[in-house]
Design a protein. Structure first.
Length: 407
């Protein structure tokens, strides 16, 4: 709610000062002014209550408002921030909000590798929708996947939105651009059958890391945990009595953190075969404390190096004759096998930690439904009966031959 009593008429270029009162009765000074066709609204700070020493007096709010207006009016378009500079401010802001370091690091990669080199030192207000469309076209020529391009555009949109809320950009050009259509689910999912999984595990080298990797691959295929969730798994997360694996954290980009999304914090059933393998792995491990990692470096107890793990996984897959197999295909193995066993997609979504049910729907084709074949049979029953009647009335081949001989 705005207190209009504190809004006397002001001269042109000096803006307006007013007080906003929220639902709890807290009052905040706000300033409003125009720059060209753009209207700027900025919070100046809490209003000082009578008899208090905290908050801004009217005079202090007036001076702060005037400083902001002067800065804005004297900033030419050429002096404004470019995409890279505004992006850095956004990343700093996200870090202050507690965003995961891995997430901020991924955004920084988008900014430094793709956005900043393309848009250069052009001021934000010089970036037009046409320039954004040229960026999309350039990334397509580079062979970037549609999903990746959408990720870059998402960050660019956030940069302009952040800058606009702080009076650093007049418009968000990304809003006026037709985005590439997000690709649908891949129709063919790569997963391993029992023989392929056994061959993969058997192909793991019989060295110091081998036992850990064999247990890791089996657990991945029979629980559906993501790679980062497996690398962050602790012994206290294995609930032997309940027969569950509880996903509580992840190790991604060299950092421990919470799982990918709120749904990713979950528990997954622990099959007897996996429980037995994990028990044997526990007995072999030198790191058995509750907070120790399940799949750690066998000599140091540190998290496994992701790049080396993938390199060894790919080598084992090649040795087993499994061309182009990916570590993520172990997760697909769990999804397809569970759907094939009749697990409801809603339950499977919970087990796999999918935020969106559309992601889980890629496994729908693997669900059995004996009643469906019966529905199809009944729908075509009249046709089948007609075909049977025709067969009974049509002469057989022997009858036709005998008739032909008689002639």
């Amino acid at each position: 709610m705005r207190d209009n009593s504190s809004m006397p008429k002001r001269s042109y270029g000096t803006g307006q000062l007013f007080v906003h009162r929220d639902a709890r009765g807290r009052e905040t000074w706000y300033g409003r002014w125009r720059v060209g066709e753009r209207r700027v609204n900025r919070s100046l700070g809490p209003k000082r209550p009578a008899g208090s020493r905290t908050g801004l007096t009217r005079a202090q709010a007036e001076r702060k408002l005037q400083r902001l207006i002067d800065t804005e009016l004297h900033m030419s378009v050429e002096d404004r921030l470019d995409v890279g500079e505004a992006g850095e401010l956004l990343l700093e802001h996200l870090g202050s909000l507690g965003r995961k370091r891995s997430t901020v690091g991924e955004y920084r990669s988008y900014l430094e590798v793709h956005l900043t080199p393309f848009f250069g030192q052009a001021a934000l207000d010089k970036v037009t929708p046409g320039r954004v469309e040229a960026f999309i076209a350039a990334k397509r020529r580079e062979g970037k996947a549609t999903k990746s391009i959408l990720n870059y555009l998402g960050l660019l949109h956030s940069i302009f939105d952040f800058a606009g809320r702080r009076g650093l950009a007049r418009e968000n050009p990304v809003k006026h651009v037709d985005k590439p259509e997000r690709p649908g689910a891949t129709p063919d999912i790569r997963f391993l059958d029992d023989a392929e999984l056994d061959e993969l595990i058997a192909a793991v080298p019989d060295d110091r890391r081998g036992p850990t990797e064999r247990a890791l691959y089996l657990t991945a295929a029979m629980t559906g945990l993501r790679q980062g969730e497996l690398l962050g798994l602790r012994w206290q997360d294995i609930d032997w009595s309940a027969g569950r694996v509880r996903v509580r954290r992840s190790f991604v980009r060299g950092e421990f953190g919470t799982p990918k999304s709120r749904r990713s914090s979950r528990s997954v059933p622990l099959a007897d075969e996996v429980a037995g393998e994990l028990e044997r792995h526990f007995q072999r491990s030198a790191y058995q404390a509750d907070d120790d990692l399940v799949f750690c470096h066998p000599e140091a107890g540190d998290p496994l190096d992701r790049s080396r793990l993938l390199k060894r996984f790919k080598a084992a897959g090649k040795k087993a004759g499994l061309d182009q197999v990916r570590f993520h295909d172990l997760r697909h193995t769990f999804g397809t096998r569970m759907a094939g066993a009749g697990v409801a997609l809603r339950t499977l979504q919970e087990w796999m930690g999918h935020r969106d049910s559309k992601t889980t729907a890629i496994y729908a084709d693997y669900q059995p439904n004996a009643g469906e074949a019966e529905l199809v049979r009944r729908a075509f029953a009249r046709r089948s009966n007609r075909r049977s009647n025709l067969s009974e009335t049509e002469p057989t081949s022997s009858e036709l031959n005998s008739h032909s001989g008689a002639e």
